[in-house]
Design a protein around this ligand. Structure first.
Ligand code: ZN
Length: 119
């Protein structure tokens, strides 16, 4: 009986999800036609080949010395960054990075804000 109940639930979920997706495809138009403002600029940037328009992807650290800090792109005066200090670390060290003020993490890596143009 439990097997039958589970099977019925699985079938009903599958039918529901398939029908809702098909229904959404019929009702919703092209996202590019519906998007406005920031969302539209994001979609246009992705079409132009920029798959990370907000610079949110994980970046690998460079040497990170005081003379050659890791450059963090930002279109604002400050940005929150996270440093994974060691490869086996279980936590991320979060900190604010301000424009014109290079900052040193507790692991010794230096970071500096690099100005970029907003999308
Ligand atoms: Zn660190």
């Amino acid at each position: 009986m439990a097997f039958l109940c589970r099977r019925v639930v699985q079938l009903s979920c599958r039918n529901f999800s398939i029908s809702s997706v098909q229904c959404a495809k019929k009702l919703m138009g092209d996202p590019m036609e519906l998007a406005t403002g920031l969302e539209k600029r994001e979609l246009l940037a992705e079409l132009a080949g920029n798959d990370d328009p907000f610079n949110m992807k994980l970046m690998k650290r460079g040497p990170g010395t005081k003379e050659n800090p890791n450059l963090i792109p930002s279109a604002f005066d400050a940005r929150i960054i996270g440093c994974i200090c060691e490869p086996e670390a279980q936590h991320i060290k979060w900190m604010w990075l301000h424009k014109g003020e290079p900052k040193r993490c507790s692991c010794g890596s230096w970071y500096k804000l690099q100005e970029t143009t907003p999308i």
